[in-house]
Ligand binder design. Structure first.
Ligand SMILES: NC(=O)c1ccc[n+]([C@@H]2O[C@H](COP(=O)([O-])OP(=O)(O)OC[C@H]3O[C@@H](n4cnc5c(N)ncnc54)[C@H](OP(=O)(O)O)[C@@H]3O)[C@@H](O)[C@H]2O)c1
Length: 301
């Protein structure tokens, strides 16, 4: 089996590539960076420039399924031009891939795409399943709605579509966790706001396993990709401090302070989404890290 991965060089992509190789699955990947190109039989890089509509169509040769992770990081200041990049790096890339498949009649069977739980409106009480149909009225809600629509367009080319709504990815190689533990390590850790907001986290290895599970089982539709036991922001902060054996002495960081520092993107820290993993578990997926403490001990211990 051969898969094409977009965003393969990122945090989640690297873990998926690792698991693919453990499983004997060959990987083609697209990158915007010529310095990241490699050519091995089971790891072949192809250049693309989605802004200019440039793509090496050979990336799709012999490919059974696409794993679509590409997207500009949401953790940089949301200026008007950067917001456009966040959106278009998801929508234009999907459209370019679909056009390339259509023009060359590549027999790709399935696309499994990243999506995000930011689609769900912030709530301290809701417990979100995939069929919840209201979209958050934030910028992130807008991005996810257009991103999922761009991926759904593959159905018109008779390609099966699976969308994984990803929660807060915990990894020791990047993403949120190193940022969470940095202040804790120097004795300046604190929860944000009331600390009651839900954080639906997932260990990066389980996330990569879900992507491969979706490919192997030919899953279609939307699945939440979060661990079975979400925690509050205060619990996440406290548990991280406990695993690192550091005290938490400071009061919570107020929302207005983070709004001053981060601008509109401060909502990433204060949005609350308690999200259910029931649907993917009902498909037979078994989490390796269902609870936060063992996940953090694995990553930080
Ligand atoms: N990490 C999380 O907590 C989290 C949570 C929810 C959803 N997600 C979603 O899951 C996907 C993977 O996340 P990740 O954390 O692995 O992301 P990441 O580390 O930021 O990697 C994304 C990859 O996308 C490519 N890319 C970045 N900006 C681009 C642009 N403007 N145009 C084209 N390509 C661009 C880069 O690959 P090249 O340099 O090789 O081109 C990069 O390696 C993303 O779509 C993200 O939104 C992540």
């Amino acid at each position: 089996m051969r898969v094409l991965i977009t965003g393969a060089t990122g945090l989640v992509g690297k873990e998926i590539v690792r698991l693919c190789h453990n499983d004997g699955i060959a990987v083609n990947y697209l990158t915007t960076s010529k310095s990241k190109l490699e050519t091995q039989d089971n790891y072949k890089g192809f250049y693309w420039n989605p802004q200019k509509g440039e793509i090496n169509h050979k990336c799709l040769e012999d490919v059974d399924a696409i794993i679509n992770l590409v997207g500009a990081s949401i953790s940089k200041r949301w200026t008007a031009s950067y917001k456009k990049e966040i959106l278009e790096s998801r929508t234009k890339t999907a459209a370019l891939l679909k056009k390339t498949i259509d023009e060359n009649n590549y027999p790709v069977k399935q696309i499994v795409s990243a999506s995000a739980i930011g689609v769900y409106p912030s709530s301290l009480t809701n417990y979100y399943e995939e069929d919840f149909n209201k979209v958050s009225n934030t910028f992130l809600g807008e991005v996810v709605e257009q991103w999922e629509a761009a991926v759904d367009a593959f159905k018109d080319s008779s390609i099966d579509v699976c969308k994984l709504r990803i929660g807060l990815v915990l990894s020791n190689n990047g993403g949120a966790l190193p940022e969470i533990i940095k202040p804790i390590k120097i004795g300046a850790g604190a929860a944000f706001g009331s600390g009651e907001q839900w954080q639906s986290w997932i260990h990066v290895e389980d996330l990569a396993r879900i992507f491969l599970y979706a490919v192997k089982e030919g899953l279609t539709g939307v699945y939440n990709a979060v661990a079975p036991n979400p925690v509050t922001n205060a619990e996440l902060t406290n548990m991280s401090a406990k695993v690192l054996k550091r005290p938490l002495i400071l009061p919570n960081v107020p929302k207005f302070a983070m709004k001053l520092v981060l601008g509109e993107m401060h909502i990433i820290l204060f949005e609350s989404q308690r999200v259910s993993s029931k649907k993917i578990e009902q498909e037979g997926f078994q989490f390796k890290y269902a609870n936060l403490c063992p996940a953090l001990e694995d990553l930080l211990g």
